[in-house]
Design a protein around this ligand. Structure first.
Ligand code: TEU
Ligand code: CA
Length: 550
């Protein structure tokens, strides 16, 4: 495998709205991020991925863009952006931006033109169809509920929106749209940014038939109908040849619907498309037949299988990404571990996993101090459009959202969007004003200031384990093999190359487990219990990384 900076990098993801509010209007902003750059640098990360900061009416918190070349007023100005980029580069870090081009905002001028008339020059920038039997063109459902088609009275046709009605899908069949996208990408590269995370890039090519859904399980609908369309690779190759290949940048495609069978088509090193993708296999693991708000327990064996299969598929041919949460999913410590009695050990165990796998690791803001899910007491605390639509759909079925809040506590996107917990002062030190979404009350004991003081805090563990990865290229490029795959509590794997070998043993359970492996020559290097010993008697959520000497 060729060696590149983006394979060796550790990425830190920022959700700007919730990171730091510099002017006390309750909304995080670019100057807030600038204030915290030394903190971010101190973690040892190399790349910052910034969720969308472009002009947006914020129907979906910036994932509905009305001007791709300007900054959202609430976040600041282009001058603030330039200052941020310079500050990141001065500290030897890089900046990854979010590219959201499957859809725009309905307030983008392209769409405002498009909806005016059937012969408007921008009509074909979007996907318009006439209805069928007094209803939409087909039975497609949007990701956030309801039909994926919206009727527009002006021209008496429907437009496609795979997300909210304020996020019309762009028509990538139109070469003018593809040229616009390339120009936007070039605009930001010429400013000096270092790459893009590409939002739902797997969805940009739509099947020409627009046939009705075959399945009623949404995960299958995504795979069968929406993702990996017939021209997807042609579109990505074109983008790569015309723009991406001309810069030293990194790309990561967000890929709902990208399964093991398609992964290499996107990231194969011989393909010249994307550097890596985020697949969602482990994100769907604990969703029942009713989808996200129908949570079920996950199985560690299945979890391990997902990582094993993907590593096996990509090895030597393409590169992967390692993430356990982001702004769309519950907090990893609450979802995959124990955020209560074993909070400290759990957060450190997951950090160990992130930093010892093959693939580029992504740390989501707040995970480095062990931020957890939030359980707001009633629906009015919630802000996320997906959650609000869920409440509406419950109401339309005559149900009371209050009675279903436990599902939102488990799975809602706002779990990951509460303000970053900087200290114990009001609003977690995020803002002096009432924040746009309430802070998690546990900021009293989970916050950066306290963590800075604790020698053995989660925060300092992150620094240590990130450093450990940076010092051992075996952990980046070395081979990976999981052992005892069917063990239901222990996730154990070897990482090795010609010079070094490591063994990682993680107890994903509340019980003490005697992991009976016979391996000798072990030297314990990383551990999450102060009094850890060089054996395999693993206490609840205990993590150990050994060097194996021969
Ligand atoms: O997410 C795409 C995506 O697949 C998510 O909608 C995910 O399935 C969902 O959040 C699970 O509940 C991206 C962005 O990350 C998300 O924030 C946006 O809302 C979405 O695209 C639309 O742009
Ligand atoms: Ca602000």
């Amino acid at each position: 495998m060729t060696k590149t900076w983006w394979k060796e990098a550790v990425v830190y993801q920022i959700y700007p709205r919730s990171f730091k509010d510099s002017n006390n209007d309750g909304v995080g902003d670019l100057q807030g991020i600038i204030q915290k750059l030394d903190y971010i640098k101190s973690l040892g990360v190399d790349v910052i991925w910034l969720c969308p900061v472009y002009k947006s009416p914020n129907d979906d918190n910036g994932y509905d863009i009305s001007d791709y070349r300007d900054i959202m007023d609430e976040f600041g100005t282009m001058a603030d952006f330039d200052e941020l980029l310079a500050g990141i580069h001065q500290r030897g870090m890089k900046l990854l931006m979010d590219l959201v081009v499957n859809h725009s905002s309905d307030e983008h001028e392209w769409f405002e033109e498009s909806r005016k008339s059937k012969d408007n020059p921008y009509r074909d920038y979007y996907i318009w169809k006439s209805g069928k039997n007094n209803g939409p063109p087909n039975d497609w459902e949007a990701f956030f509920g309801g039909s994926a088609w919206q009727y527009d009275a002006t021209t008496e046709e429907y437009y496609l929106h795979l997300f909210t009605t304020k996020q019309p899908d762009l028509n990538w069949e139109n070469p003018k749209v593809r040229k616009e996208v390339r120009d936007v990408v070039k605009f930001w590269f010429d400013k000096g940014i270092d790459g893009f995370r590409m939002d739902v890039i797997s969805l940009i090519s739509k099947g020409p038939e627009y046939s009705d859904m075959v399945s009623n399980v949404f995960e299958e609908v995504i795979q069968e109908q929406y993702a990996n369309g017939p021209r997807i690779h042609e579109f990505l190759k074109e983008l790569n040849t015309e723009v991406l290949s001309k810069y030293d940048i990194m790309t990561v495609g967000e890929g709902p619907g990208i399964t093991l069978d398609h992964g290499l088509d996107y990231v194969g090193e011989d393909r010249a498309e994307l550097n890596m993708v985020f697949h969602f296999d482990h994100m769907f693991l604990d969703m029942g037949p009713g989808g996200k708000f129908d949570p079920q327990p996950y199985s560690l064996v299945e979890f391990k299988n997902i990582f094993n299969r993907w590593d096996e598929k990509l090895k030597g041919k393409g590169w992967g990404s390692i993430f356990l949460d982001n702004h769309d999913f519950p907090r990893m410590v609450s979802r995959y571990a124990n955020d209560d009695k074993y909070h400290d050990q759990s957060a450190k165990l997951l950090a160990t996993l992130l930093m010892t796998m093959r693939g580029t690791p992504y740390v989501y803001q707040g995970d480095e101090i062990g931020m957890t899910n939030v359980a707001f007491p009633s629906p009015e605390y919630y802000r996320d459009i997906e959650t609000l639509n869920y409440f509406k759909s419950l109401e339309s079925q005559g149900k009371n959202p209050q009675d279903h809040l436990h599902n939102v506590h488990k799975m809602g996107r706002d779990n990951a969007r509460t303000p970053m917990q900087w200290n114990k002062t009001a609003n977690a030190g995020f803002s002096e004003a009432e924040p746009w979404i309430q802070a998690n009350p546990n900021y009293e004991f989970i916050n950066v200031e306290d963590a800075e003081r604790g020698k053995y805090s989660i925060l300092n563990f992150y620094r240590k384990v990130i450093q450990f990865r940076k010092e051992n290229s075996t952990l980046v490029y070395g081979d990976y093999e999981s052992i005892e795959n069917r063990h239901e509590q222990i996730y154990a794997y070897r990482r090795w190359d010609e010079t070094h070998e490591f063994l990682v043993v993680l107890n994903f359970s509340d019980q003490t487990v005697d992991f009976n492996a016979i391996i000798t020559g072990l030297e314990l290097l990383i551990y999450n219990y102060g009094d850890a010993t060089e054996d395999f008697l693993m206490r609840p959520w205990e993590a150990k990384v050994f060097r194996v000497h021969d």
